[in-house]
Design a protein around this ligand. Sequence first.
Ligand SMILES: C[C@@](CO)(OP(=O)(O)O)[C@H](O)COP(=O)(O)OP(=O)(O)OC[C@H]1O[C@@H](n2ccc(N)nc2=O)[C@H](O)[C@@H]1O
Ligand SMILES: Nc1ncnc2c1ncn2[C@@H]1O[C@H](COP(=O)(O)OP(=O)(O)O)[C@@H](O)[C@H]1O
Length: 292
Amino acid sequence: MKILEKAPAKINLSLDVLGNRNDGYHEVKMVMTSIDLADRVECGDLHENRITVRTSAPYVPEDERNFAYQAAKYIKECYDIHRGVEIMIKKNIPVAAGLAGGSTDAAATIRALDKLWHIGMSYKEMQQISAKIGSDVAFCIKGGTALATGRGERIMPLMSLPPCWVVLVKPNVSVSTAQIYKDLDSQPIIHPDVDAMIRAIEKEDFQTICGLLGNSLEPVTMRRVADIAKIKDHMKAIGAEGILMSGSGPTVFALTQHESRMLRLMNGMRGYCSQVFAVRLCKPFTLLSEYE
Ligand SMILES: C[C@@](CO)(OP(=O)(O)O)[C@H](O)COP(=O)(O)OP(=O)(O)OC[C@H]1O[C@@H](n2ccc(N)nc2=O)[C@H](O)[C@@H]1O
Ligand SMILES: Nc1ncnc2c1ncn2[C@@H]1O[C@H](COP(=O)(O)OP(=O)(O)O)[C@@H](O)[C@H]1O
């Protein structure tokens, strides 16, 4: 038997870093939303009791360093499962791009194995497994729009955003999330107004949402990747309601409710970057445990 799960990327609409924690992580407060740029994760029975991972991208690890592998390993341990699994990941999300590609693959693996092995995991149990893998995995279990706090693993669902297009531009460099958080420690931090963003989402006020886009990590990554400022300037000149770098970067996204602007942005940005995507937002998942 095989279970297929969609694994959508995320963008950060507001990302505030509140300070350092004792565990080496940073305390964050961020609003995230899932987008319709997605990997495809397929989990199938394997006759031997082991985990295999294959991916369509040559530079993504296929061993225990893959977050999907780690998800399967923790589930086997926690639920004492003596079955093997074959995981195939079709990568469509750019890697190390600030879009949570690895985290969403891990979350999709958790949802898929819950079904394949008939475990009946609750949302809370899924979140406990997620926290062992990475800070962004817990959000990706349900996706949608949410406030994430702690190191990113405490999730509070929010209303969906008003419908819009998301145009993403990924410069041809990758950044390390750990390095960007480390760089931040030697710089003054800018603080976006996360609470005002939540209020604007509740009011379904798209223009205010766009005006409040902000990310404490953006100036930090910009120091390493000069292209980010250039991409933002080009997108601004073409026209979009809001523009921001996602997560630790370097992907830049623009939000617009106008199809004509989305098309102009796509065509205009393709001249500068090879990786340009235009997608819609992605609804949250309903988990099996929520049907009961
Ligand atoms: C910046 C964000 C914003 O959503 O996303 P990405 O850019 O990675 O997509 C996240 O905070 C990234 O979450 P994630 O990519 O899961 O990070 P993790 O694997 O947990 O941590 C990688 C490293 O980043 C640093 N880290 C991460 C999260 C956090 N709250 N504080 C940190 O200092 C730590 O040095 C950690 O070792
Ligand atoms: N399934 C996976 N897909 C992509 N990267 C993965 C995966 N599993 C582990 N990784 C590792 O995670 C690192 C961060 O990748 P990714 O999750 O795409 O970026 P980000 O944290 O910026 O959102 C990569 O360099 C890669 O080595």
